[in-house]
Design a protein around this ligand. Structure first.
Ligand SMILES: C[S@@+](CC[C@H](N)C(=O)[O-])C[C@H]1O[C@@H](n2cnc3c(N)ncnc32)[C@H](O)[C@@H]1O
Ligand SMILES: [Zn+2]
Length: 382
């Protein structure tokens, strides 16, 4: 019998390979290292049947154990596999940067912004939802400054004042309830732009906001493109708890602005077109960067004064939590950022993993009886 662990281990923050892609509920690596070291010896087989973000699998292999990871969620096994990907970093850097340059040439024009006759690049646009007042049908913007004020002087979540002075919902102390209002669209409030020399955040005039709202992107879709259009299952606990139907979100695509959805579709299709053109492992890495960027380019991002020095925080809840004031981030910039994080993460993997020892197998749960051969398909993740 092995004695139980008698010391406590203080959790350390994630190392670079775990920063490549978000997975909720990833465990601290050093706690797992300690468990593996205590309960197993070199060449033992470590099985994690709920492998999630792949910490057990990675740490086992890094300590010369064999390891099997299984998970119901194909995103979990995709991430776990990618964290253990052996790849030539210089080749990845060259091919990834060339892919990014092509994307920039094709798509960066959709984030151009002219301010005081100078060309800038949009980093993000801040939008607020617009709803119709249930009492008088006037448009209400769900911006912070329109919130009802509680007796303690603080803004009251979920209640907004109608701008129509003749409406019963105009009262600053009562307003109207957000869930009683019909959603009608979104309105841009601010834009963050940069041109290499300066970065500014501008409050948009009505005229500038109308121009931004009038831009359409559906004509960029080509007939041959694969368009992910999955519906969010109605019977999911999160669909219910996050009030997605009430907020007009029926499909995953509804979590994006039109521009960001369509530009993401184009990037996705450009990655699919790489298959067969360049090494499959490199395609997987580029796809991994893209998948990792999606968290930052949907409507679950927001900017708050007190967080991240005014930079957006993105999908930070284990839920489809849609803030009433959200950020539309530049998808090309986010893809670039994530690609650089992937380069760092895989460099770490290369240093830590004794490749060649053939110890790794990460499979989807449904294929568990076939454990033994790697069968990664980049289309497992949708
Ligand atoms: C807390 S996470 C695991 C964390 C992981 N051990 C680590 O070290 O980071 C739990 C995982 O269990 C998976 N899961 C839940 N039910 C499952 C099932 N019946 N079969 C396989 N995996 C399952 C979930 O998809 C999730 O990824
Ligand atoms: Zn009203």
């Amino acid at each position: 019998m092995i004695k139980p662990i008698s010391i406590s281990v203080k959790a350390k923050s994630h190392t670079n390979q775990y920063k490549m892609h978000k997975y909720f509920a990833r465990r601290p690596y050093n706690v797992f290292q300690n468990l593996i070291k205590h309960y197993t010896k070199e060449n033992d087989l470590v099985l994690d049947v709920f492998c999630g973000g792949g910490v057990t699998v990675f740490e086992s292999v890094a300590m010369n154990r064999r390891s099997i990871g299984v998970d119901l969620n194909p995103l979990a096994t995709f991430i776990s596999k990618m964290q253990l990907k052996k790849v030539n970093i210089s080749t990845l850097k060259v091919l990834g940067n060339s892919f990014i340059n092509n994307l920039e040439q094709e798509l960066s024009r959709y984030y151009e912004y002219n301010y005081n006759c100078i060309d800038y690049k949009i980093e993000w646009i801040e939008w607020t939802y617009e709803v119709s007042c249930p009492l008088c049908s006037t448009t209400i913007r769900l911006a912070e400054h329109n919130k009802v004020v509680s007796p303690n002087g603080k803004p009251k979540n979920g209640y907004y004042c109608c701008p129509n002075q003749l409406c019963g919902g105009h009262d600053r102390r009562t307003g109207v309830k957000r869930t009683d209002c019909k959603s009608i669209g979104s309105h841009p409030l601010r834009v963050k732009i940069s041109n290499g020399e300066e970065t500014v955040v501008i409050d948009l005039s009505d005229e500038e906001a109308s121009f931004i709202k009038s831009q359409r992107y559906t004509h960029l879709i080509e007939e041959s493109m694969v368009i992910p259009d999955d519906e969010i299952p109605l019977n999911w606990d999160r669909t219910h708890e996050d009030k997605l139907i009430e907020k007009g979100v029926y499909r995953f695509s509804d979590l994006y602005t039109e521009r960001n959805f369509i530009l993401n579709v184009i990037i996705f299709n450009r990655i699919l077109a790489l298959k067969g053109q360049i090494d499959n492992d490199i395609v997987d890495c580029i796809y991994f960067a893209f998948s990792s960027s999606l968290r930052y380019t949907n409507k679950m991002s927001r900017v708050t004064e007190n967080w991240e020095n005014g930079n957006p925080t993105s999908m930070d809840k284990h839920a489809y939590w849609l803030p009433n004031v959200y950020i539309e981030a530049n998808v090309i910039e986010k893809f670039k950022d994530r690609f650089n994080v992937i380069l760092k993460g895989l460099t770490y993997t290369n240093e830590k993993i004794p490749f060649g020892s053939n110890l790794i197998s990460v499979k989807e749960s449904i294929n568990v009886c076939h454990i033994g051969s790697l069968n990664a398909s980049i289309l497992h993740l949708r």
